[in-house]
Structure formats: structure tokens, C-alpha cells
Ligand binder design. Structure first.
Ligand code: GRG
Length: 291
């Protein structure tokens, strides 16, 4: 798949996700609803829902059946960003190019925005139509595990505890596998679960998601270190990052290795996995382009 073909494919999927998010969360005269829409509809790459749609395609799932789960992934991701930006966590003023939720609406409402998005994500999945109940339930369990203590929230707790503490490569890996990797893996697996993937295919897609999550995190750290974005903040907080423990050059090699492992995992899956392959290559190419 060429870069231009991937851009077109991503654009089409992004439009599908944007339309579904707006349909799920129409404007209403309520400050909470306005604040939820402010963060949810603020742009963003929509990578996690797109990954769910892409893996759904591999197993022949109709996009409409995957969409509620894809939207739930973006709800949960957005909640994590809103809470992560709070003064008690990373204390950030900008997100997706705009003032953060608590800067605009105050801390109390920003906490509630996260609470509502997380809760409504599960409502969305529970209301999904056209998916056999056993598959829907398995997808819900998958996302709960990835977002909760065993996954993202647990990773965030480890990350908080690591501030200002010397961390080994193993510890950095463990933090990020839960904090960002778990939701990536779940994104890919959920699309496949909804589509009724056979266990072997699900395992391959899960392995792809894990390696992609790892590559994504290393690339994000590298870009921050180069561009002085969140990375400068991470440095101020003494956060555990890949360039901090590996140095830039080795971190780049680790990202490339994770991409290759992601590609190897989906190698036998045929042309329907081309978008997944192109996404893995594209994520790691960002470091080379410095953007
Ligand atoms: C507060 C429970 C809780 C969890 C927070 C994911 C997370 C855990 C915090 C986000 C902080 C952060 C910058 C993590 C690195 C991963 C990352 C770059 C997330 C942003 O994801 P993108 O690039 O963002 O997909 P967009 O805006 O495109 O959706």
C-alpha cells in the first residue's frame, strides 16, 4: 500500500468514526455534554477506532457492527487524556492544539467529563446491534481489562510512582505496555472478536497490537525528545521514557524492531491485512520524518 493509498484509506475511516461519534453524542444544552463534545470532537488521529475497523476487515466484520466498539475505544482514550492533563496528573494546558478541558471548564467538570465518557463507553457497547451476544460480551471484557487496573489505569499508577525514580528498560516497558499498549492491543483484538475471528488469527492480531503499541510509544517519546513537546514536561517530571533509558539511537532501533515484529505477526493474513501493515510502517516512519 503506497503512502497516498494509506492516507486515502485512513481519511475514509476517520470520516466514518467522526460521523459515528457525532451521532452518539449530539449537542445538548448541558455544560457537561458541551465539555464532553469539546474533548471528544477536538480532532485526534482516531488511531484506536481505526485499528478496530482495520482488524474487523481482516476477519470480514461489517464496519457497522464494529463501530460502537470503535467509538467506545475513542471515548475511553479521550477520558484518559482529559484525566491525564489534570493538575493532579501531568498538569497540561494544551491538548490536541486547544486548551485542556480543566482550563476551559474547571477541574470538577473535567473529572466528570472523564467519568461520563468512561461510563458511556460501556453503555455504547452494551447497546451494539447485530453482534452475537457472546462476541459482544467478550469484546466488553477485553476493553474492561485493557482500560482498568490490569491495563491503562494500572500503568498510569506505575507511571506516577516512577516520577523522579531511576527506571530500568524492563520497568519502562512494563509501564507503557499497560499505560498505552493495552488499549492498542485491545483495539485490534476487539475488531477481530466482533467479527468472530478464529483463535489463531486473534492471537496474531493481538501480537500485532502489542508490538504496534510498543512502537507507537517509543516513537512518541522520540518525537517529544526531538521536538520538545510533552517530552520536556516528561523530563521535568523525571518520567520514564525510552530515550531516557536507551538513548535516541537505540530507541530508534527498538521502534524498528517492534514494527518488524508487528509485520511478522500479520504476515500470513493476506491482503486484507494490508492497512494494518501500512499503519505499522507509517507510525515508525514518523521518527524519520521528524513530524
Ligand atoms: C489518566 C487513567 C489515566 C490514564 C492516562 C494514555 C494515558 C493514560 C495518558 C496519556 C498521556 C500520554 C501523552 C501518553 C502517551 C501516549 C499518547 C501519545 C497518547 C496520545 O495518543 P494519540 O497520539 O492522541 O493517539 P490523539 O490526540 O491523536 O488521539
Amino acid at each position: 500500500m503506497t503512502d497516498a493509498a494509506l492516507e486515502r484509506w485512513l481519511g475514509a475511516k476517520r470520516r466514518l468514526v467522526e460521523r459515528a461519534l457525532r451521532r452518539e453524542l449530539p449537542a445538548r444544552r448541558s455544560q457537561l455534554r458541551e465539555a464532553m463534545r469539546y474533548s471528544l470532537l477536538a480532532g485526534g488521529k482516531r488511531l484506536r477506532p481505526i485499528l478496530a475497523l482495520a482488524s474487523g476487515e481482516v476477519v470480514g466484520a461489517a464496519p457497522a457492527t464494529v463501530l460502537p466498539f470503535a467509538c467506545a475505544l475513542e471515548y475511553i482514550h479521550t477520558y484518559s487524556l482529559v484525566h491525564d492533563d489534570l493538575p493532579a496528573m501531568d498538569d497540561d494546558d494544551l491538548r490536541r492544539g486547544r486548551p485542556t478541558s480543566h482550563k476551559v471548564y474547571g477541574e470538577g467538570l473535567a473529572i466528570l467529563v472523564g467519568d461520563a465518557l468512561l461510563t458511556d463507553a460501556f453503555g455504547l457497547m452494551a447497546g451494539a446491534r447485530g453482534v452475537p451476544p457472546a462476541r459482544a460480551l467478550a469484546a466488553v471484557a477485553e476493553l474492561a481489562r485493557a482500560a482498568g487496573e490490569a491495563g491503562m489505569v494500572g500503568g498510569q499508577a506505575l507511571d506516577l510512582a516512577s516520577e523522579g525514580v531511576r527506571t530500568s528498560l524492563g520497568q519502562v516497558r512494563a509501564i507503557h505496555a499497560r499505560k498505552t499498549g493495552a488499549l492498542f492491543t485491545a483495539s485490534v483484538r476487539v475488531g477481530a472478536i466482533v467479527g468472530g475471528a478464529r483463535p489463531g488469527v486473534l492471537r496474531r492480531l493481538g501480537a500485532y497490537g502489542e508490538q504496534l503499541g510498543l512502537a507507537f510509544q517509543i516513537v512518541d517519546d522520540l518525537l517529544d525528545a526531538v521536538e520538545g513537546g510533552d517530552g520536556r514536561r516528561d523530563l521535568e517530571l523525571g518520567k520514564a521514557t525510552y530515550p531516557a533509558v536507551l538513548g535516541m539511537e537505540r530507541a530508534r532501533r527498538h521502534a524498528a524492531r517492534a514494527r518488524d515484529a508487528a509485520l511478522a505477526a500479520v504476515q500470513p493474513l493476506g491482503p486484507s491485512a494490508d492497512p494494518l501493515r501500512a499503519i505499522a510502517a507509517w507510525i515508525v516512519a514518523q521518527v524519520g520524518r521528524g513530524s
